[in-house]
Design a protein around this ligand. Structure first.
Ligand code: SAM
Ligand code: SF4
Length: 331
C-alpha cells in the first residue's frame, strides 16, 4: 500500500495511534462514565463497520500503525470480531481492544483467530457488591471469569484498567497490585477524569485521587517497586514491578500529569467525528468524506485538517462544564 507523508500535527507530534469507538452503546452504566439514564444515539447515525474500515485504511496510509477498538462497549457491536480481522488484514502492526469483559469469554477464541494483539479489561474492584455499585450491573463473576480465561490464551499478559476513586476502591489498591505477583497481569490505576456529565465538578473533587498517592500507598503497604522501562515512549502508563512478579503495576495520570506533549492519538467516534484531544470538545466531522464517491483522498484532507487543529500540550482538563461522557468519546 502507498505510504504517504506521516500525519504530524502543528506541534511536530506524530499521529500514529487511532482509537475507534465502534459504538456508543454499553451493557454497563459505570458511574464515572455515563449517567444511568443515558440516551444512546439513534443507530441510523452510526457508521457501518465497513465505513470505519475505510477511515482506518486512510489513516494507515498516513502512517497510523496502531489501532484500538473501543466504545461504548465494543463487544456489543455485532460483527466486531470480524472487524478486528479486517484491521489486521489491512496491515496495522498493533490491533488492540478495550472491553468491560462482560461478553469477552465467548468471543476470546474468535478474537485470537482474528489476530487481536492485546486486550485491556476494565475492572475497578475485586468485590462483587462494589462492582455492582460502580457499574450499576451485578456482573463481577462473569467479568472475573473472562479475565482468568484470557490469561489462558495468546492474549496473556492481560492489561487491567481500574479507575481510582477515593472512598470507593482506594482501599483495594494493594489487593489489585498483589494480582501482579500472582498472574501475568498489567494492572494500571487511571486517575478519574471529570467526563461523565458531572458538570459542577463536585463529585469529581470528592472522588479524585492522584497517581502519586496511589503509588505511595502501594509502596507503603507492599514494599518497593522497580520501574519498568517503557517499550513505547508515547505510552501513558508509568509501570513498576515487584521483584520476581510475573505482572506489572502502573499508574496513568491524565489529570495530574497530562501526557499531551507526547500525545499521538486520534479518536474516531461511532457517529463519524474525529476527536483529536480528550481535554477539549473539539470535533472534526468526517462522515461526509467517508461517504463521498472517492473517500480515501477526502478522508486524508480531513485528517490533515484535524492535525492542524489538534491543540497544543499544556491545556488542563476543566473540572466544570464538560457534558461529554467517556463512552461517547471512546475512552
Ligand atoms: N466499555 C469499555 C471498557 O469499559 O473498557 C471500553 C470503553 S471505556 C469508555 C474505556 C476506558 O475509559 C475504560 O477503561 C474506563 O474505565 C475509562 N473511563 C471511562 N470514564 C472514565 C473517567 N471518567 N475517568 C477515567 N477513565 C474513564
Ligand atoms: Fe460502559 Fe466502559 Fe463506560 Fe463502563 S466505562 S459504562 S463499561 S463504556
Amino acid at each position: 500500500m502507498a505510504q504517504l507523508t506521516q500525519l504530524t500535527d502543528s506541534y511536530q507530534r506524530k499521529m500514529d495511534y487511532l482509537r475507534i469507538s465502534v459504538t456508543d452503546r454499553c451493557n454497563f452504566r459505570c458511574q464515572y462514565c455515563m449517567p444511568e439514564d443515558i440516551k444512546f444515539q439513534d443507530k441510523s447515525r452510526i457508521l457501518t463497520l465497513e465505513e470505519m474500515l475505510t477511515f482506518a485504511e486512510a489513516c494507515l496510509q498516513l502512517g497510523v500503525t496502531k489501532v484500538r477498538v473501543t466504545g461504548g462497549e465494543p463487544l456489543v457491536r455485532k460483527g466486531v470480531v470480524k472487524f478486528v480481522g479486517w484491521l489486521k488484514d489491512l496491515g496495522f502492526e498493533d490491533v488492540t481492544m478495550t472491553t468491560n469483559g462482560y461478553l469477552l469469554e465467548e468471543h476470546l477464541d474468535g478474537l485470537v483467530e482474528a489476530g487481536l494483539d492485546r486486550i485491556n479489561i476494565s475492572l475497578d474492584t475485586l468485590q462483587p457488591e462494589k462492582f455492582a455499585f460502580i457499574t450499576r450491573r451485578d456482573h463481577f463473576g462473569k467479568v472475573w471469569s473472562a479475565v482468568m480465561a484470557a490469561l489462558e490464551t495468546p492474549l496473556s499478559p492481560v492489561k487491567i484498567n481500574a479507575v481510582a476513586m477515593r472512598g470507593v476502591n482506594d482501599d483495594e489498591i494493594a489487593d489489585m497490585a498483589k494480582l501482579t505477583m500472582r498472574y501475568p497481569m498489567h494492572v494500571r490505576f487511571i486517575e478519574l477524569m471529570p467526563l461523565n456529565g458531572d458538570t459542577d465538578g463536585s463529585r469529581f473533587r470528592k472522588l479524585f485521587i492522584s497517581g502519586k498517592e496511589i503509588l505511595e500507598r502501594v509502596q507503603r503497604e507492599l514494599g518497593d517497586l522497580e520501574p519498568v522501562e517503557k517499550e513505547d515512549p508515547a505510552a501513558p502508563a508509568d509501570e513498576f514491578r515487584f521483584e520476581g512478579a510475573p505482572g506489572t503495576f502502573g499508574i496513568i495520570t491524565p489529570v495530574s500529569e497530562p501526557f499531551c506533549a507526547r500525545c499521538s492519538r486520534l479518536r474516531l467516534t461511532a457517529d463519524g467525528k474525529i476527536h483529536p484531544c480528550l481535554l477539549t470538545d473539539l470535533d472534526v466531522p468526517v462522515k461526509e468524506a467517508i461517504r463521498s464517491p472517492d473517500p480515501i483522498p477526502a478522508i486524508h484532507e480531513v485528517l490533515w485538517k484535524t492535525a492542524r487543529v489538534k491543540p497544543p500540550a499544556g491545556l488542563t482538563l476543566p473540572e466544570e462544564a464538560r457534558n461529554r461522557t467517556m463512552s461517547q468519546i471512546g475512552g
